[in-house]
Design a protein around this ligand. Structure first.
Ligand SMILES: C[S@@+](CC[C@H](N)C(=O)[O-])C[C@H]1O[C@@H](n2cnc3c(N)ncnc32)[C@H](O)[C@@H]1O
Length: 242
């Protein structure tokens, strides 16, 4: 799966993708991240990517011509799904990550800066994506959030594919609690069931904990979660316990 990132700060992206899981995924050819500096596609001698807003007002606006030139260069004749990072976009979540992971021809991520891009950029993109209702300085962090979340879903990127299946949101529930050594820390013991080696009991305990956590931390997720008849029984018991 290939990501093309259009940015005026490629090194910000480069630092993250050359570490840890993403680095290994790139080395193993599972994902590809190509960074394109929008500044390389300017026509004037000052390499300007921004200009004053028509109509006045604070801040600068990203010019459409370098954005267009960079995007045309990256896409060529290919049909790549093109995303503008924008606080006005569709909220990014695990479902959106799954959707993007299916884009076999790759995904182009355009990182805005300043007050954002000239409005005419909307004619060149497939969608706008936001990573939350707050304003960041640029689209580089949102691009990395998307690359990271999507890359985890590409087969082979995680050492153990079960991580994806069991993780929060994938089944519609939050994750169950995790413990590692030491078995006792400052008087707090790891639940006995996890150390007993009975895998069926461990599975039952984890499911109960995932339901309990979701009910207490994110109850609104329960409505859309895929639940079994046993899950409903457990939830009834949990309600009675409170
Ligand atoms: C300072 S912001 C522009 C904010 C814009 N003037 C507004 O009020 O909506 C600069 C760039 O950062 C990126 N950005 C900022 N916050 C974001 C968010 N929550 N999600 C995705 N991208 C964001 C976008 O690419 C945006 O063009």
């Amino acid at each position: 799966m290939k990501f093309d990132v259009l940015t005026i700060f490629p090194r910000m992206i480069d630092f993250y993708i050359t570490q840890s899981i993403i680095k290994r995924a790139i080395e193993r050819g599972l994902i590809e991240v190509e960074l394109t500096n929008i500044r390389d596609f300017t026509a004037d001698k000052h390499l300007s990517v921004d200009d004053y807003p028509f109509g006045g007002g604070p801040g600068m606006v990203m010019r459409i011509d370098p954005l267009y030139n960079a995007l045309t260069h990256v896409k060529g004749t290919q049909i790549k799904h093109t995303v503008l990072l924008s606080p006005e976009g569709t909220a990014f979540d695990q479902d959106k990550a799954h959707e993007l992971s299916q884009m076999k021809d790759g995904v182009v991520l355009i990182c805005g800066r300043y007050e954002g891009g000239d409005e005419r950029i909307n004619l060149l993109i497939d969608e706008e994506i936001s990573i939350g209702d707050y304003i960041l300085t640029g689209g580089e962090l949102p691009a990395l959030v998307i690359i990271d979340a999507v890359a985890r879903l590409v087969p082979g990127v995680l050492g153990d594919e079960r991580s994806n299946i069991e993780e929060s949101f994938t089944s519609g529930l939050l994750d169950y609690p995790h413990y590692t050594r030491p078995a006792e820390f400052m008087g707090m013991r790891v639940p006995e069931v996890l150390m007993g080696g009975n895998h069926k009991e461990i599975e039952k305990w984890r499911r109960r904990q995932a339901l309990k956590r979701t009910m207490s931390k994110r109850p609104e997720l329960i409505d859309d979660a895929i639940l079994t008849a046993d899950d409903y029984k457990i939830m009834e018991q949990l309600k009675e316990e409170v």
